[in-house]
Design a protein around this ligand. Structure first.
Ligand SMILES: [Fe+2]
Length: 136
């Protein structure tokens, strides 16, 4: 699978999390392309819904692990997830109100994908270092 925005350096060493991150990047790439190419609204809608639902699923997975292994920085991490969910909500609202656009593609690249990259490199890596020591 060739994911344009994905890099080896995003690996955090926890299989389930890495797989979910890869899947998110693959679909975000597909969505960016679909928006620039002006693909069918139904296809774009499916990708927007996926991004929204899978992000929640993925955050819940991380949060369950943090809770299970009593990660000391858990609350700060959850707060960041919460803030990002509101960015995603506003992205989705713009799509629902105005339909697909180049502006949405730009927001995806400049806000959402950039957020994920930074979050993985700093916040998820820190969490994973802790979890890797605690998990059997
Ligand atoms: Fe996270």
């Amino acid at each position: 699978m060739d994911i344009e925005n994905w890099k080896e350096e995003y690996l955090v060493g926890i299989e389930s999390i890495d797989e979910q991150h890869k899947k998110l990047f693959a679909r975000m790439d597909a969505l960016t392309l679909a928006l620039y190419k002006g693909q069918a609204v139904s296809e774009i809608e499916e990708l927007v819904d996926f991004l929204d639902e899978y992000t929640v699923y993925h955050f819940n997975h991380e949060e369950d692990l943090m809770m299970k292994y009593r990660y000391p920085d858990m609350l700060k991490h959850i707060e960041l997830h919460k803030k990002f969910k509101s960015i995603l909500f506003s992205f989705k609202s713009e799509f629902n109100k105005r339909g697909p656009s180049h502006n949405l593609a730009l927001r995806l690249e400049k806000e959402i994908i950039v957020w994920y990259k930074n979050h993985i490199l700093i916040v998820d890596k820190k969490m994973s270092m802790y979890l890797n020591e605690k998990m059997p």
